[in-house]
Design a protein around this ligand. Structure first.
Ligand code: BTN
Length: 245
């Protein structure tokens, strides 16, 4: 990570920048970091609040030679890396809400937006964007119940540079394991330990057929295992969202 680093005082979205760089031939491991985003993007087409100097906005370009069907796990190991990096630098305990929201004391401090470009069964590139709320002292009314920052939860200012470094150090560790092992069981076990939804009731918002069940961890492909009263179901992250009850 960070063979090439692009730093911007201000940009539309580090994900959009990283995608352009990836298309223009930037190497695997290229990192884009910005102090401010004017068009920060969240999942499901939502906007991502990105004030100057407050939080971490960064995106990583990956060009891995893997089967696109195994790519979901990359987002999940990024969530593990962010959780680990934050824990190491701030001492706050992090949990992961499947698939990739990082929560501290039950509220979200980080969101991850992964975008992939494929051709047949070949990956052109993957961009993984990470937004970590660091210095925010308050949040807009609409998200106050669900969002928080490292500053609010730890009661003190946190250094963005130290967190960024720790996150990528953790990422490299997990990425090596991911590439080397055929068997994902070790990573699955570690993810499950951090899973905020573990053994909790969840509602799977399948537009055709929503249902409720108990979350039991993830599969090696990164799907969430949900036991309903009648069957065990596997939920893929792209398809539907899951809410805690
Ligand atoms: C979510 O909705 O939870 C995902 C939020 C992802 C935000 C980050 S900030 C850096 C990168 N650039 C973007 O435009 N989005 C991601």
């Amino acid at each position: 990570v960070g063979e090439e680093i692009y730093y911007f005082d201000s940009t539309d979205s580090t994900n959009t920048r990283a995608k352009r760089l990836a298309e223009d031939g930037s190497v695997h491991g290229t990192l884009v970091v910005a102090d401010e985003q004017t068009g920060g993007r969240g999942r499901r087409g939502r906007a991502w609040e990105s004030q100057k100097g407050v939080s971490i906005y960064m995106s990583l370009v990956l060009k891995p030679e893997i089967d696109p069907n195994n790519a979901s796990m990359l987002t999940l190991i990024t969530a593990m890396a962010v959780a680990g990096g934050i824990e190491k630098t701030t001492g706050l305990e992090c949990k992961i809400k499947w698939p990739n929201d990082i929560v501290v004391h039950g509220k979200k401090v980080c969101g991850i937006l992964t975008e992939m470009s494929t051709q047949m069964d070949y990956i052109n590139y993957i961009v993984i964007g990470i937004g970590i709320n660091v210095q925010n002292e308050s949040f807009p009314e609409e998200i106050r119940e669900v969002a928080t920052s490292l500053r609010i939860e730890s009661g003190k200012k946190q250094k963005r540079a130290a967190i960024i470094e720790a996150v990528w150090e953790e990422f490299e560790k997990y990425y090596d394991i991911y590439l080397k092992t055929e068997d994902m069981q070790g990573l699955v076990g570690e993810y499950d330990q951090k899973l905020a939804n573990m053994n909790k009731q969840v509602r799977v918002l399948d537009p055709k057929d929503p249902y409720e069940g108990t979350a039991r961890g993830i599969t090696p492909k990164g799907e969430l295992i949900v036991d309903t009263w009648e069957a065990r179901k596997l939920v893929s992250s792209g398809e539907v969202s899951v809410r805690g009850l």
